[in-house]
Design a protein around this ligand. Structure first.
Ligand SMILES: [Zn+2]
Length: 132
């Protein structure tokens, strides 16, 4: 469980879409972590990710967990950004998940959310919206 105070401290980092690039093996971690899962390295360079990308694959959660029920159905996508980095994000502003297609262009925008796969509970983050 992550406290609201910690979420607040992480706010600027998340707003700028910063990621950590491992000095040892070059793997890009988003969200940043203290230890590289690929080589166990602990030295990182901060990089800013591009906002443009495309949907690699997606899933639609039709029975979201508690706290997310107002967002049902909840589309979640693996997005490949312009520099090749892949991030798992919610897709926002989709009235009907049938609109979604693999390969469609999206842009990451900073939105209020209530889900994060790896960092635990946070209240704001990036969502992918369809780039029209
Ligand atoms: Zn590494």
């Amino acid at each position: 469980m992550i406290s609201p105070a910690r979420s607040w401290r992480e706010f600027p980092q998340r707003y700028r879409l910063e990621a950590a690039k491992c000095a040892g093996c070059g793997k890009v971690l988003y969200p940043p972590r203290v230890k590289c899962p690929a080589c166990a390295g602990t030295a990182f360079e901060t990089i800013v990710l591009p906002r443009e990308g495309k949907v690699v694959t997606f899933t639609v959660v039709r029975v979201p967990p508690a706290g997310f029920t107002e967002q049902s159905p909840l589309p979640i996508a693996l997005v490949e950004l312009a520099d090749g980095v892949r991030v798992m994000v919610q897709i926002g502003d989709v009235a009907d998940p049938a609109e979604l297609e693999i390969g469609m262009p999206v842009r990451l925008e900073f939105r209020r959310i209530s889900w994060d796969g790896e960092a635990g509970l946070i209240f704001y983050g990036h969502k992918a919206v369809i780039a029209r």
